[in-house]
Every structure is written in structure tokens, then in C-alpha cells.
Design a protein around this ligand. Structure first.
Ligand code: NAD
Length: 340
């Protein structure tokens, strides 16, 4: 079975490639490398001993996509390709809608032309918006996220529902990720953000490795146990396995039609201070930090109800918080400058 992986050179995509290749899937990676390095793909090839068919291209380039589908026998598509910085999306909303929403439309159109009907979408917990209480459950209504990034995720989920209503053969899974952290246990692939990291763990590991002097903790007076934000952190390898579970499920449910959404999280909320303490305990490296003003739009706390993924996909997050920290640290200390 051949799986097209858009954005496959990125953080979650590269870890998912390892799992797909280990399970015997053939992969075609399509990525414009705007936030990734081809080195990640070479490392995946070394880790798995398999070859990756890589095409450098943009999901908005319809000719290139048509050519891609015409020259391969693609059965399923996993669509990771997107811009992902929530704060940046408020500064350049059009670029985000253009890349993330228009890009998804171009891909869906190319799939329709090629008669490919199986789609796995990288959605996010952000689609629950600001009004739903935690734990988030898939039966809740889609919310109205304040950021263009989040609004784009809601738009694409709606587009998938409309597409499925109009096309009785269409089959899609929306995977709503919570907060992936960590790295492959080899330390050979991991998260390699350009510039100042947006996410907590790369920030912590960059402080630990001496690239930055201190971590900024956004907000210390939230209504949580220690005043810092609470999130549902899961190991990126667990998340990667969630994609294989989704692909396996589509492959073994030939009569399924429509769109099914699944939360991929652990079901546990962990605060920023707990993450720092857990990193220090797992690595014996001290993290200097300073509490600064809260970021606009950050919710105090949210976490997943992950029962549906367990019941339907037979998927559960298995790795511990200590493993997340140890693996993130192994990646950063083996690769202080990421892939460059
Ligand atoms: N990392 C998270 O915390 C998180 C949480 C929820 C959802 N997501 C979603 O998961 C997906 C993957 O995230 P990630 O953390 O691996 O990000 P990433 O930036 O590491 O990976 C995205 C990849 O897509 C590529 N890309 C971007 N725009 C493209 C385009 N127009 N055409 C072709 N390739 C393009 C980038 O070069 C990159 O390799 C994204 O859709 C993101 O919104 C991520």
C-alpha cells in the first residue's frame, strides 16, 4: 500500500515515516521544505533501512500534484503540510489561510481527479475553541478558535464533512493532536524549529544545551494547581503510531464512508512547571526560567478524552513523561544545531 505523506520531512511527519516504513507501507513524501530539512529524510532512511520516494513541491502547486498522482499508485494520503506557529498566524493570517486552507483544497482536488478517496488530516485540539470544557470529547461542537491557525483547522474539518456529504466514496480521518513532544529514541530525528521555538520542549532543550539563557514561562497566575498553563503532552512516537492506527483502520474498514475525528492525547493535564521539573529529573540538567506576561489567546488548561481512539483505533499513548524528556534531550544533545 502506497501512502502519500505531505509535510513528511517535518517533525511529526518524519516520526510517522519511521512507523509507516517499519510496518511495511511504501511512502511518497511531498514537502516544500519551508520548515524542514531533507536531512530528516536521509536519517529516516538510515533508521529504517528503506528508501523514501521524495518529491520537493508545494501543496498549492496543482500541476505538480497532478503529476505526482499520475506517476504513482497512491492509495492513501496523510496531510501534515501546514504552517504551524499560532502567534505568527495572527500576524500574517492570509499567508496561513493560503497555505493551510487553500493548500488542503488543492490537495483534495488533486485526489478527486486521481480517484484517491482515503485521507488522514493533521487536525488539532485547537478546534475545540475556547468555550468547551476539558476533557475535550469528539462529540463536542467545533469551536471558534481565536487564531487564524486554529480557525484554518476548523475550516478544513468542515470542508472534509461537506466533501464527504457530496462524495459518497470519500473516507477521512481527522486526528486532533494534543501536545506532541519528545523524539525518536535513537536521538537521530527530532523537532528542529527555525528561530525562537514556539513550543515548550524545544525551548527547554535549547536552554539546556546552552543555546538560550533562560526559558520564558508565559503566565504564572492561571487558575491551575501551580498557576502555569496545563496541556496534554504526548510522545511524538505515540502520535506517529496513531497515524499508522488510522491508516490500518481505514484499510480494514472497506465499508466506512464519511469523516471520523479522533483525539490523540494521553488524557492527562501537565503544567509547565511540572514539565520543567520532569525534564530536570530525567536529565539532571537545571533549567533557568523566568515567568513573563501571559500570551494572548493561551487557554489556562485543556486535555483530551482519548477513549474513542482506544476503542475504535485500538490506539493508546504508552510512553511516560520521563521517556518524553529523555528522548527530547538525547535528540538535542546529539544535534545541538538540529539538522544543520
Ligand atoms: N507540532 C504540534 O504541536 C502540532 C499540534 C497540532 C497539530 N499539528 C499539525 O501537525 C502538522 C505537522 O506539524 P509539525 O509539528 O510536524 O510541523 P512541521 O513544520 O515540522 O511540519 C510541517 C511540514 O510541512 C511542510 N510544509 C508547510 N507548508 C507546505 C506546503 N505549502 N507545501 C508542502 N509542504 C509544506 C514543512 O516544510 C514541514 O516539513 C501540521 O499540520 C500542524 O498544524 C502540530
Amino acid at each position: 500500500m502506497q501512502v502519500l505523506v505531505t509535510g513528511g520531512a517535518g517533525y511529526i511527519g518524519s516520526h510517522t515515516l519511521v512507523c509507516l516504513l517499519d510496518q511495511g507501507y511504501e511512502v511518497v513524501v511531498y514537502d516544500n521544505l519551508i520548515n524542514a530539512s531533507a536531512e530528516a529524510l536521509s536519517r529516516v532512511e538510515k533508521l529504517t533501512g528503506k528508501t523514501i520516494d521524495f518529491v520537493q513541491g508545494d501543496v498549492r502547486d496543482t500541476d505538480s500534484l497532478d503529476d505526482l498522482f499520475a506517476t504513482r499508485s497512491i492509495d492513501m494520503v496523510i496531510h501534515f503540510a501546514a504552517l504551524k506557529a499560532v502567534g505568527e498566524s495572527a500576524q500574517c493570517p492570509l499567508e496561513y489561510y493560503q497555505n493551510n486552507v487553500h493548500g488542503s483544497l488543492c490537495l483534495l482536488e488533486a485526489m478527486a481527479k486521481a480517484g484517491v478517496n482515503n485521507f488522514v488530516y493533521s487536525s488539532s485540539a485547537t478546534v475545540y475553541g475556547e468555550a468547551n470544557p476539558s476533557p475535550y470529547v469528539e462529540t463536542m461542537n467545533l469551536g471558534s478558535p481565536s487564531s487564524p491557525y486554529g480557525a484554518g483547522k476548523v475550516m478544513v474539518e468542515r470542508i472534509l464533512l461537506d466533501k464527504a456529504r457530496a462524495n459518497p466514496n470519500f473516507r477521512a480521518v481527522s486526528l486532533r493532536y494534543f501536545n506532541p513532544i519528545g523524539a525518536h529514541p535513537s536521538g537521530d530525528i527530532g523537532e528542529d524549529p527555525t528561530g525562537i521555538p514556539n513550543n515548550l520542549l524545544p525551548f527547554i532543550t535549547q536552554v539546556a544545551v546552552g543555546k538560550r539563557d533562560k526559558l520564558r514561562v508565559f503566565g504564572g497566575e492561571y487558575p491551575t494547581s501551580d498557576g502555569t498553563c496545563v496541556r496534554d503532552y504526548l510522545h511524538v512516537m505515540d502520535l506517529a503510531e496513531g497515524h499508522v492506527a488510522a491508516i490500518d483502520w481505514l484499510a480494514t474498514q472497506p465499508s466506512f464512508r464519511g469523516v471520523e475525528a479522533f483525539n490523540l492525547g494521553t488524557g492527562n493535564g501537565i503544567s509547565v512547571l511540572e514539565i520543567i521539573a520532569s525534564f530536570e529529573a530525567a536529565t539532571t540538567v537545571k533549567i533557568a526560567y523566568q515567568t513573563v506576561e501571559p500570551r494572548a489567546g493561551d487557554l489556562p488548561a485543556f486535555w483530551a478524552n482519548a477513549e474513542k481512539a482506544s476503542n475504535v483505533l485500538n490506539w493508546q499513548a504508552k510512553r511516560s513523561l520521563a521517556e518524553m524528556m529523555e528522548d527530547a534531550w538525547r535528540w538535542q544533545s546529539k544535534n545541538p544545531n538540529g539538522y544543520s
